[in-house]
Every structure is written in structure tokens, then in C-alpha cells.
Design a protein around this ligand. Sequence first.
Ligand code: GDP
Length: 357
Amino acid sequence: MDKAKITLENLGYNKFFESNRENLGLTKYPVARIVAEYREVYRVRNIEGEFLAKVTGKHMFTAIKREDYPAVGDWVIIEELPENKAIIRGILPRKTILKRKYSNKQENQIIAANIDTAFIVESMDRDYNLNRFERFFVLAIEGNITPVMILNKIDLISKIELDNRINKIQNRFASVNIIATSTVTREGLDDLRNYIKMGETYCFLGSSGIGKSSLINRLLQKDEIKTREMSLVTGKGKHTTTTREMYFLENGGLVVDNPGTREVGIADSDMGIEGVFDEISQLSKECRYSDCTHMHELGCMVLKAVEEEKLDKDKYTNFIKLKKEAEFYKMTDVEKREKDRKFGEFVKKAKNRLKDN
Ligand code: GDP
């Protein structure tokens, strides 16, 4: 994108952010978008250019908790300093949030903010896994982001096999848009390109090795991801690894690259789970007990539907798994320790019983 001509709208700014900025009385400060995140420093961009920006607690307008630290995609209020440096003084309310939770930590981590569409990528080789897709789907729905499925590496399977898979996916996820691509034969890349609109923000999700960087590079039409120099940060023109970064496409779309989304906890995504497993939510309204866990209760309509093969068994199993995970995340550390302690006692008792026999 030609830096001289960009507008805030080109960077994804819109009425939503502007009206929040007005309501918070922050119009006298410039806004900028976070386009890259490094250790303790951010690269931000606005119509003036790019700045290296830091958050300092005492300069923030509002106290923030760990989860609310800026993330790539955020619109922030900045105070410009000499030499293209800046201080981040506040974060404008987010339109959407993509977050994950590590199983051993209490706090959510924001992967990116203000993403409009998440391209969830699965590759057509051995890595193919619909349960994992469902997991990312939950994350997207929870964050208010539109999910689109990309089936990449279609050069590795036959057309018949691809059609079969697309059929299965459509059965399991009724309304999802599917784009089939190959970065090798370049099939489907135009479909992907046509999907992307000016000023909208996209991200690619999926485990490593499925072709996310290759797809982004194809969209950028050069190998920018692996070769981009970060002279701004080091001052020496050296390559520096970023944790996350936004790329600007020719047609005006904005793409956030998310390395390291392999371990995706679904956080406290009850809402996301309900959204994705709408069928199950509908069935559970008819269950005999309002707090039915759908695992063993009499009069459970979900179990009945699985038995009668009206509900996909894999979908049911994945639902139970994600639900348990979400419940575990919602527990406090004390509750988790108590659960572990009870389990320890249970094991001890069981062992003693074995000895007595
Ligand atoms: P990422 O970890 O998801 O970013 O994946 P990469 O883009 O680094 O790709 C992983 C590997 O898959 C590389 O060796 C790519 O060359 C290969 N790859 C990517 N896209 C395709 C594709 O459409 N077809 C085939 N056969 N290989 C691909």
C-alpha cells in the first residue's frame, strides 16, 4: 500500500471506532492501528506513517488488566514522540476479539483484535481434522468473527475425494463458506482473493504446516512473511521475529498472521459453543432435566438423537470434549487444585482397596 495516500479507512477504521473515540472524549489525540507486536513494543500505523510504541501504565487513561493489553489489530490512542516513537495512551473498545487460553494459565491471551473474518485452514493431507476445525470455529463465533473454511493442498487429493469431503463438511457445518485452494497449482486463489475486501481485516487460523504462510505469500504475491526486514525495531536492518503481524494486500485487505495457534484453548466459550452446536442447543431444550449434561441422563434428547443417528456422533463427542474444557477453564485455581486433590484421594483409595483384596 502506498503510504503517502492511505486513509484511516484503508487501515480498517470505521464509524464504530470513531463514535467510541468521541464518546470517550479522546478526539484530540491521534489514533493508530497496531500492525505488529514484539516483546514489550508495538509497531503502530496511521496516516502519518509508522511508529514504535510502548504502553506505560502511568500514561494510560484507563487501568488495564493483563488481557486488555494491546494486540495486533487494536485501534489505540497515541501520543507521538520524536524519531517515530510513540506512547500508547488508551485502547479503543474492540469490535471483535480472538482469544485463547493456555491450559496451565488463568488469563486469556488475545491473539488479535478487530478481525472481521477468520480463514480457518485445514490441509487435505494427513493433517485433515474436522474436530480441530470445529474448535477454531467456536473461537471465531465467540469473538464475533465470521468463520470461512479453507481447504488447502487440494493438489494432494482427487476431485472426487475433495467433493466427498466438501459434502461431509456441509453436512456438519450447515452455513459455512468453503474455499478450496492449492498454493502449488494456484487453484482457488482467485476465489480467496475475491473474498477479500478493502479495509476489512482477516486472519488465518490453523495448526502449523497446513500452508497459512504460503497462502498469505500468494496473496501478497511475494515472500514477504519470511523475508520482511524489521529495521525499525533493531535499527540495524536485521531480521527480527515478531509474534504477530498485519500485512497489507494490493486490493486493500488487511491480513493478520498468527503463528503458534497450535495449542488453542477455547477459553470460557460457552457462547461460542452454543453458536456452533446450535443443533445440540435446540435438542437440549427438550431434555427432561434443565441442567442435563447430555452424558448419561434419562430423557436426554441429545443422547437419543445420537442413538437414532440423527446427530453426528463425532460432532456429539467433540461437543462434550469442548464443553468440559470450557468448564475447566472457568474453574479458579483453588477449584482446580481441589479437583486434583479429590482425584488423588480417589486413586489412593482405589489402590488400598486393591491391596485389601
Ligand atoms: P504454515 O505453518 O501453516 O504457515 O505452513 P507453510 O505455509 O509454512 O507450509 C507448510 C508446508 O506445506 C510447506 O512445505 C509448503 O510448501 C507446503 N504447502 C503449502 N501449501 C501447499 C499446497 O497447496 N499444496 C502442497 N502440496 N503443499 C503445500
